[in-house]
Every structure is written in C-alpha cells, then in structure tokens.
Write a protein that binds this ligand. Sequence first.
Ligand code: PEP
Ligand code: MG
Length: 567
Amino acid sequence: MSERTLTGTGATPRANVGTVVWYRPESALDDAEDVPTVDPDERSAEHERFEAARDQAREELEAERDQTAERVGEEEASVFDAHIQFLDDPQIDDGVASEIDDGTPAEYAVRDAFAGPIEQFEGMDDRMAERADDLRDVRDRLVRLLTDGERVDLSALPEGAVVLAERLTPSDTAQLDPDRVAGFATVTGGRTSHAAIFARSLALPAVVGVGPDLESIEEGATVIVDGETGELVVDPSQERLDALDTGPDVEVTHERVETTDGREIEVAANVGRSVELEGAVEQGADGIGLYRTEFLFLDREEPPSEEEQYEAYVEALEAFPEGRVVVRTLDIGGDKQIPYLDLPEEENPFLGERGIRRSLAPDADLFETQLRALLRAAADADGGTLSVMFPLVSTVDELEAALDAVDEVAADLDDEGVAYTVPELGVMVETPGAVFMADEFAARVDFLSIGTNDLAQYVMAAARENEHVAHLHDPLHPPVLRAIARSVEAAHDNDAWIGMCGEMAGSPELTELLVGLGLDELSMSAVTIPAVKENVSTLDHERATDVAARALNAVTRGDVTNIIEDQ
Ligand code: PEP
Ligand code: MG
C-alpha cells in the first residue's frame, strides 16, 4: 500500500506511529454500511430495546423541558413538548415496529422510520420545514441512546492506538490514558481547542482540524501522527518509519532563568490533572501557572468532595516545594460540559454561563467548597505557595463578589477553628471587558494572568474551536497584542505581577516578544518548557523591548510576523 499524507494543525511538538481506532460518540449511522439482519427469535428483544430508548428519551426531554421553562420560559420550553409528541407519533411508531418485525436492528429501524416524515416536512413552507429539524433531533437522540453501548471506551484502548474522531470534548480527552494512546487526530478544532491543549500537557502527538478527509482513513490503518508539522502519514513506508523523529531534544533546566541582562522570568506549567504534575516537574517547571481545576470534575458521576479537592491541591503544592502554584477556580461552560451539573443548552455557550458567572450564581455551592479546600490546602501543604485566580471575569462587580466569597469562607473556617491561609489572589484577563478594566482589577488583586485562548476568541470574534476562522483566532493580530500590552501596563502601574497562561506563552518563537511586552511569568504545557527556558536565558531584555515596541506599532498580522521572523 502506498503512503499518503493528510494535513491539519499540529498540536504538540511530538510524533508517533500507531494503529487507528475510530471514536464516534454520536454514532451517526453510516448510510453505506451493510445493515445486519436480526434473527426472528431476537426481534422481541429489539422491540424492547427500542421501548427502553424511547422511555429514556422521554425522561431526558422532560428534564430539558422543565429546565428550559425555569431558566428561559414556557414558550421556549414548548419545543420539547413537540419532541415528546414525536416520540409517540403513530406513523413513526408503526414504521419502527414493522422494520423491526422485518429483522432490522432498532437504530436502523428508527433511521428508516423517520426518513419519510422528515422528507414530507422538508417539502413544506418555512414554518413546517422547521419541524423536519425537530424530527431529526428526535431521531438522533434515539439513535444515540440505542448505540450508546457500542461506543469505544476511551479509557481502555489498545496499546499504541491512534484515536481518530470528528471532535474530542474535554471529557473525552480526560479519559485517554497517555501511557497507552500513541496520539490522536480530529476533523475539527484549532491549536487552542481543549483537545489540543490536553495533548500538549501530556506531550501526546496530535493533529487537529484535518477536515472531512480524515474520514478516509480506515480503522486499523497504520498512521504517523506528527504534531510538529501537522501531518498524518497513512500507511507509511518502512523508510519513513525508520526516519521517524519523535520530538526535539532540548536540555531540561531545573534552575530559574533570566535574560542575559538579568531579568528573571518565571516559567511555569499548565496542568489539569494530578497525573500531569510529574511531567511538569520533569520538564523543569518553576511552578504551576495554571491549574485547570475543571478537569477534577470531569469523567465522574458527581463533583469531587472538599476532601478530594483538598488532597489534589496539597499534592500540587507539595510537587513544587519552592515554587508557586496558581490554581484557577472552576471554569466550566463553553466547550467544557459536565453532565451531572445539568448545564443549560445554550445557543452560544462561549458567550453564556461560563467560568465565574456560574461560580457566583448557579454553582455558588461548588465555589464555596472549592475555596474551602484551597484555603485549607494553602495552610496545610508542606511547601509550595498557593495563588488562586478567577476565570472569565469581565466586571469589577464580579471580581468583588468573588473576593467577598473568599472572605466569607475564611470567616467560616475561622469560626470553625479550622486552619487556613488566604492565598495570593488574582484574575484572568481573557475578555475585552477585563482588558479595559485591567487597572481597576490590578488595584484589587495581587496578580493578573492573560488567557490568550479566550482573549483572542473574544477580541477577534472568532471561536477557538472553529477551524474556518483559525486565521483570525490568532494572538499575533495587532488588536490582541495591544490588549496584552495594555494589561501589562495596568498591572505594573498597580504593583501587581502579570503572567500569561494562554497557549501563546508556550510558543518558543514568541518568547522574545512576550518578554519584551513585559510579562513576568509564562505558563505553558510542560512539553515546551525546556525550549522556552533556553530562549529566555539567551535573549537580551532591552532588545526584546524594542521588538515588542515595533510589533505594537504594526497594523497587520503579516507585519507582526515579519518583525518576529527578522530577529
Ligand atoms: C485561556 O483562555 O487562554 C486559558 C488559559 O483558559 P482556557 O484555555 O482553559 O479557557
Ligand atoms: Mg480561558
């Protein structure tokens, strides 16, 4: 078989070879697939399977209807009533029953029984055509429920698996075992999608945003995933396999680094789970610059208790006895969904209930539990200095409410006679609102940390998951650079330190620009720490300041790139 190459966006400077396992969570049924025939004596079980799926669909829809009625209004909730009615539609019901009687498996019976009514509605005027969408929704829900049991179990993949998927959500990636998986590739996604971030934090080779061509790779094929070049080589030649370079070899330094003219830059790691701490230490991180605590909440049935969280935070602090550990309070919503928390289905989740917005309102209890665990861990850990920061803040009111919550938790612990320490407090700068108010924020906290993944998405109005606007979702666009510069100035004018924990901080080719912009700390996936430390220790701060000044004067992204490449 001759080799062929597909290209996407490389997510990690690592490469590996492995065997393809397709992950299709929604089980969109493949039209071309040969439909198996169910034996006559198993058909009644097939009817029961359909009934069970229908009951479950009804339960889900009723819960979604009630939630929508409460949060939005009765009128908006009525769409779910329509869906519930479709579940009992006699024409569809008869269609499914007779298909199953003829030996069709239930999920295919559903697909076929819905096809006629969908087509009828599609041919009608606009209002009725919308009904076709409702029917598709109901059909897909039933198919999902019927095929659920056949999902690939991501936590138990064969050794050396290369996972291919349309997309991987944060909870999907949280199940991947980095010791078994050789890498992954997805149809959608960009460099800052959470799947890509996860890959980097575990040094897992990954290519995202390959596009629909990915579907042409068959289950079981041998593939090289090159996260450096963004290439997927299918059926690689022996020569190619022999030449496979799995990643750059930069010497690790465990010392703190400074520029040639003596400006110290803290180089820290971004982590999401305890298993990543070891890698961060091994790669020479000075500390943790971003602990994404939402990962403690994923891939389980209920939120972690105060005690579980306390232990996780103590473990992180003790991994860096001489360092600083910046823990970010829960940042869910957007693409980070947690089934047991019943997050609302939102039209535009990145502009919805996310981060601090949830912590101050529907998830206030979780917020309180998390703050208790953090303040206790800060007091009890043997070494390590805790800092706590809040995500997706855009108003001073939100920040003050979060700071008040910390005070209240401290007062409660005091009353209870429980040991606690109020840590250094900070806020993420990742919305335009935060940039414009950065001076007011910095006057109220100890530090700011710039989240360029979200900042670029909101400044450029380009979703971080959408590969079609990846060229806009790029922190080198002048408006994003200017937002960064403005935040740095606001922090320093108010005696606060400022770091960057978005993916931009982990691009070694941008280290000079970022140091020149005045950042005090850079936090990134562990895999890029050695290269960034090396770059810091060979650059001159004064020269870097000059590069940054020129980049800030540039008016196009192209000009910015030219300035960086000319160095
Ligand atoms: C960011 O937005 O840059 C960030 C670091 O937070 P997250 O990627 O977790 O949204
Ligand atoms: Mg963010």
